[in-house]
Ligand binder design. Structure first.
Ligand SMILES: Cc1cc2nc3c(=O)[nH]c(=O)nc-3n(C[C@H](O)[C@H](O)[C@H](O)COP(=O)(O)OP(=O)(O)OC[C@H]3O[C@@H](n4cnc5c(N)ncnc54)[C@H](O)[C@@H]3O)c2cc1C
Length: 265
């Protein structure tokens, strides 16, 4: 079974700061990590490949630095990696990103399954997985929480829906986007890290994937960001300090009266 796992390198969320003047993310000095939700896709891919044989290829579109994310996934157990890196990809929105990834998947040859994370913690749209499926004209199951059965021509999956779970049978080849419940990611091993360091990591540009230049980068991106702003969180209120038990009691009485007024007790 040949499995492709698109992964994105993102800034470590706890460090993200926005520039209040420009409204853009301050990327300088940020530590980059594998999109945390992609670890579940990686793990599910490795488990399936260990059971059924074949390959697990991690694929990332990003700057040369994204090779680190690919090598980390290979240290976890993925057999191969491909980096899509070219200035022509810069400025791509989810439409152009999913197009480039789909072209790379086509170019890489036969595959049975594409597993994406649920969403990226920075862009946060959750559109790239379904986008890849649309470009490749494949069935897609989103929010997959469990792989029930790997049948010869199909997969039976359970997916998270608003009021519970639903079970679906999806014909292979197909695209899945997975949620946290789908797998429990393993840690990279020392042997895995050594193997990942030695494995060749092809770097493909726009020409290598036979991409239409007009469909890439800012030119190929129909999304226009009109305005970005960070909402200011302000808290006002009645701050009470209780110096003695009587003041404390009065403050508690006032609080209970307020909660009753707004129907909370
Ligand atoms: C006009 C515009 C310009 C932009 N310019 C840039 C830019 O120059 N540089 C930049 O980094 N971002 C840019 N972005 C953001 C970029 O479009 C998105 O981050 C990217 O398309 C992925 O979307 P997302 O983060 O919402 O991913 P989601 O759809 O939330 O991700 C879902 C899953 O898709 C897969 N995936 C997503 N992105 C990638 C990837 N790059 N490689 C492999 N797998 C992936 C992963 O499995 C991930 O879990 C731009 C956005 C807009 C609207």
């Amino acid at each position: 079974m040949n499995i492709i796992i698109p992964i994105k390198q993102v800034p470590e969320t706890s460090n993200v700061k926005m520039d209040p003047e420009t409204g853009t993310m301050i990327r300088e000095g940020l530590v980059s990590i594998i999109n945390p939700l992609d670890l579940f896709a990686i793990e599910l891919g490795i488990v399936l490949q260990e059971e059924a044989g074949g390959s697990t290829t991690v694929l990332s579109m990003g700057p040369p630095k994204a090779a680190e994310a690919l090598r980390e996934a290979m240290a976890m157990g993925c057999t191969d990696g491909i980096l899509l890196s070219d200035r022509k990809f810069a400025g791509s929105d989810t439409w152009a990103t999913s197009y480039a990834l789909a072209q790379a998947i086509r170019k890489n040859g036969d595959f049975d399954l594409v597993i994406c994370g649920e969403r990226a913690t920075d862009g946060d749209t959750g559109q790239v997985g379904p986008g890849i499926a649309a470009w490749l004209d494949l069935p897609v199951a989103t929010y997959v929480s469990r792989l029930v059965e790997n049948r010869p021509g199909s997969l039976v999956v359970e997916r998270l829906v608003e009021d519970g779970y639903e079970t679906l049978e999806v014909e292979k080849p197909c695209v899945l986007t997975v949620v946290k419940e789908a797998a429990y990611p393993r840690l990279p091993t020392l042997r895995g890290k050594q193997r990942a360091r030695k494995t060749e990591l092809p770097v493909w540009g726009a020409v290598d994937i036979d991409a239409d230049p007009a469909a890439l980068g800012l030119k190929g991106s129909p999304t226009r960001v009109v305005k970005i702003n960070t909402p200011k969180v302000t808290r006002s209120g009645d701050i009470r300090t209780a110096g003695d038990p009587a003041e404390l009691e009065a403050a508690v009485d006032d609080l209970v009266a307020y909660l009753e007024k707004i129907d909370l007790v």
